[in-house]
Design a protein around this ligand. Structure first.
Ligand code: CP3
Length: 388
């Protein structure tokens, strides 16, 4: 089995006020203990270390082709809509029994090879005390956007204690999952900061992109805050039982390579510094990031997630065959006739076979209108195709 942790020497410069390899010790977030996975952790006690998912993430040959779907828990499932009735999105994430139940629903239904923890990238903001909500059909909305040095200085600090509902939901999920790994996640600093500066979803992310050039010190302070806040969220999930973690930089595709490398990558490295010593595979995913794949690998991750725009053989060529890939079934094809979808899934598998490991996923999240029986059929198809 090849160890695929790919840690290039840190080639990035530093942004004023932000070092690229800062450890949790000089973190702006407070009081997280030094991280370690206990002997009862599923990666340590043998439950998940040889699972198809973890084997593929580490570049080995899995017993079956691993597959999971971003946003597999959510509005495509009638059982999700039922348990969410009358409960606001962020409240559902902070009720441990409910969050665990929603995390488990797609595993029971689809026989996917991983659960993804049901939560949201803005949950650590809320737990820190930032006033944020998810408006149905819109997305995250902040009461007060963060635009000036004073706004950043006034941000509250996330504490380790505040993350207890997250650890509890992870523990409850993992207790039910047995040999199926749980994947933890966090928003990458740019995607999180994009919501914070705009105060709401936006298409072009002009606010944060202006800030990084017009006021680089304030940008660095905000990116550092976001890095430590997301880093602690990841640490809480991994230590409570998650076997891998994915950093979502959903909006990094709005950046050119130069801006990404100078203003964003060091913060993403810093977020992952909170957990990279734990030995759990780390995955990095963004959309519209075909030109950023190498830089996204170089923040120090084991696996790169590829969106639906770039065939996996070309992604692997750009990455020089250095890391396993995750992806990249086009979510649009989930609503196409089955023969069209099946041919596409087979093409994705063929393209992925060039990489030193491949975990099937979508090229972005499950659209809410997806027929869930189609997802189950896709999983059955993928599992029916031998690994060698
Ligand atoms: O199955 C899973 O993937 C697990 C849970 C998960 C959610 N959000 C649940 C959710 C994960 C991993 C996320 C991450 C997330 N949240 C990202 C990164 C991934 C991506 O999609 O690019 C982003 C950008 C967000 C912010 C966010 N939260 C948006 C844009 C929305 C959609 C708003 C809407 O109503 O269209 C949310 C809400 C959200 N997060 C839902 C779910 C299941 C839908 C809310 C609902 O069911 O009412």
């Amino acid at each position: 089995m090849t160890a695929c942790r790919y840690l290039l020497p840190r080639i990035f410069g530093t942004i004023e006020g932000m070092t690229s390899s800062a450890a949790a010790s000089n973190s702006t977030a407070s009081n997280a203990p030094a991280g370690t996975l206990g002997a009862n952790h599923p990666l340590k006690d043998g439950r998940t270390s040889d699972s198809p998912l973890i084997t593929a993430y580490r570049g080995g040959t899995p017993s079956r082709r691993p597959v999971w779907f971003m946003r597999q828990a959510g509005r495509s499932l009638p059982e999700y809509l039922k348990v969410r009735e009358g409960v606001a999105m962020l409240d559902s994430c902070l009720r441990p029994e409910l969050a665990a139940e929603i995390t488990l629903q797609p595993v029971r239904r689809h026989d996917v090879d991983a659960a993804i923890f049901f939560s949201d990238i803005v949950i650590p903001l809320k737990l820190a005390g930032v006033s944020v909500d998810i408006v149905p059909g819109v997305g995250p909305v902040l009461d007060k956007p963060v635009r000036t040095a004073a706004d950043v200085a006034a941000l509250p600090t996330l504490t380790w204690e505040a993350l207890e509902p997250i650890r509890e939901a992870v523990r409850l999920s993992v207790a039910e999952l047995g040999k199926t790994p749980l994947i933890g996640f966090a928003g990458a600093p740019f995607t999180l900061a994009a919501y914070m500066v705009e105060g709401k979803p936006s298409r072009d992310h002009l606010g944060p992109r202006t800030m990084m050039h017009a006021d680089p010190e304030t940008w660095a302070a905000l990116a550092t805050w976001a890095a430590d806040t997301s880093g602690m969220f990841l640490q809480a999930q991994l230590e409570a039982g998650a076997s891998a973690a994915q950093l979502f930089d959903s909006w990094a595709g709005s950046l050119g390579l130069a801006d990404y490398t100078k203003y964003v990558a060091p913060a993403s490295t810093r977020a992952l510094d909170h957990v990279r010593g734990l030995g759990a595979p780390l995955i990095h995913f963004g959309t519209g990031t075909s030109e950023l794949l190498v830089a996204m690998r170089d923040v120090g991750v084991d696996v790169v997630g590829v969106d639906y725009r770039l065939p996996l053989d070309e992604a692997n060529r750009r990455l020089g065959g250095t890391v396993p890939l995750q992806g990249n079934i086009d979510p649009a094809l989930l609503s196409a006739p089955w023969d069209v979808l099946e041919a596409h899934v087979r093409e994705v598998i063929a393209a992925g076979s060039h990489a030193p490991g491949h975990v099937l996923n979508l090229g972005h999240g499950v659209p809410p209108e997806t027929d869930p029986t189609v997802l189950t059929r896709v999983v059955e198809l993928i599992h029916s195709i031998p690994t060698e």
